[in-house]
Each structure stands twice: as C-alpha cells, then as structure tokens.
Ligand binder design. Structure first.
Ligand code: SG4
Ligand code: ZN
Length: 261
C-alpha cells in the first residue's frame, strides 16, 4: 500500500513505533479496563450528548476503516459535561472489527473483547481553530467508544451496513445524508474515562476517552458486511478489511474513572 503503516504481518501495530516513537509513550490507547481498579468519581457530571443538529455528509473507506463524516459547522452536534471542560464537536465516526465476532474491539474490559468498537470523534472547538490543530493538543479530542456484540439486528445501524457496498474499495466515498448517530449509543450512558491517544498513527496523545460500559447488539449478518470491505484499491490485489484494531497498551500509572450512572 501507499501508507507505511497498516494492520498486516509486516506493518501492523507492533511495528508502528519505528515510524511513530510516541507508540511507546505514556498515554497510549487503547487499554484493558480493569473494572476493579476503576475509581468512582463523584465530581464527574453526567455526559450531555447534543446530537439534534446532525448533518452527516458522506461515508468513506479510507483504507484503514469506514468513516461517516459530519459538516464542521457552528450549530453542529456536540458533547459536553462528564470529564470535559469544554464543548467538543462531532467530526466523524468509524469502526474497528475482527475477522470473527470473538474479537475486534480496541478497548477490552477485564480482558473481554467485543466484535467491534465504534468511535465517535469530537474536537474541542472552544480552544482550537481546526480539527488538525486539536488532534495534536493534549485536550484537543474527545472520543466516545461503543462496544458492538453479536446478537439482535440493530435497526439504526442498517443505514450504515446497507451503505457499505458503495465504499468497498479504499478511496471510495458515497453520499450519506442526515444520519443521526444518537441511535448507535447504548441506553445506559454509564462510562469509563481516561486520558489517552489516537489508536492509529500518528498516535497523538490528544484524546479524552469516554468508553460506554453497555454494548449495543448487532446481527452477525451486519458484522459480515463490514468484513466485505477491502483495505485495497480497485486495481490492487483484494485484501479484506478486518482485524483493524490495535491491542491494549500499557496503562503507565493512569487512572480510569467510572461515572456513577
Ligand atoms: C481510524 O483509522 C479512522 O478511520 C480515522 O479517521 C481516525 O483518525 C483513526 O482511526 C484514529 O482515531 O478514534 N481510533 S481513533 O483514535 O480521527 C482520526 C479518519 O481518518 C484522526 C477520518
Ligand atoms: Zn477508532
């Protein structure tokens, strides 16, 4: 591929530190969340998710994942509260998944892996001018993590899984208008939070992670649709997009806080 990093045998997560030394830094993500070592923080206010004004634009295969992009506008969807001191605006969401349903998530909970993990990426518009600038600042990004497990079909996710065949190849983009990701959040918004990083190069240590405890259920059939995507471009040899997750990284003294509810 044109990238110098990937998820393959010779360019996967174990090699990323060669091009990106921060891979061995002090606040890398994902992590294994050890529930008995999380600390309830009574000062954590509830998370406020304001996704009313949501105008998704497109869905694309960027060769590492599939992402749904949002218009970067003033009235855009935001999250605030919880561990966040500022308002953070939704930029895009994407997924990580495995070859089979027993693994695929990036974060793990007491060693348990899920079939997939959804990441809703937000940036701090109170302090920074652009997403790019925020992505390199220590309080620049806030990512919501949602675990997906195989079970009942997920109605809200159908609009996404039905659109995947339009972006099979790396570099493909298709219209996807007015998708409100609120339907992809679990009913219970209890979460864990800790300071971490992007889970792909450039691995900037700029993310306040907020990972929901309750997974959402999706059909095995829906998971299969993700595995029909390709890492490769149309004219290249077919490489199926799967196992696009980074394994847990050392905690290095960080504390994971738990919200009350
Ligand atoms: C995935 O590769 C996404 O497709 C990327 O999004 C994303 O990069 C990257 O993961 C890292 O994000 O929440 N897993 S993560 O830490 O959001 C960024 C795009 O390239 C900067 C659109
Ligand atoms: Zn991600």
């Amino acid at each position: 591929t044109s990238n110098c990093w990937g998820y393959g045998e010779d360019d996967g997560p174990f090699f990323w530190h060669k091009g990106y030394p921060i891979a061995q830094g002090n606040r890398q993500s994902p992590i294994n969340i050890v529930t008995s070592e999380t600390v309830y923080d009574s000062s954590l206010s509830p998370l406020i998710v304001s996704y009313e004004h949501c105008t998704s634009i497109s869905i694309s295969n960027n060769g590492c994942s599939v992402a749904v992009e949002y218009a970067d506008t003033e009235q855009g969807p935001v999250i605030e509260g919880g561990p966040l001191s500022d308002a953070y605006r939704l930029k895009q969401f994407h997924f990580h998944w495995g070859h089979k349903d027993y693994h695929g998530s990036e974060h793990t909970v007491d060693g348990k892996t899920y079939a997939s993990e959804l990441h809703l990426v937000h940036w701090n518009t109170s302090k920074y001018q652009t997403f790019r600038e925020a992505a390199a600042a220590s309080d620049g990004l806030a990512v919501l993590g949602v675990f997906l497990e195989a079970g009942e079909e997920h109605q809200g996710l159908l609009k996404i899984t039905d659109a995947l065949n339009m972006v099979k190849f790396k570099g493909r983009t298709a219209d996807l208008k007015e998708f409100n990701p609120k339907c992809l959040l679990p009913k219970n918004l209890k979460y864990w939070t800790y300071p971490g990083s992007l889970t792909t190069p450039p691995l900037h240590e700029s993310v306040i992670w907020i990972v929901f405890e309750e997974p959402i259920e999706v059909a095995k059939k829906q998971m299969e649709k993700f595995r029909m995507l390709l890492f490769s471009q149309e004219e290249e040899d077919e490489k199926f997009m799967e196992n696009n997750f980074r394994p847990p990284q050392p905690l290095k003294g960080r504390q994971v806080c738990a919200s009350y509810n």
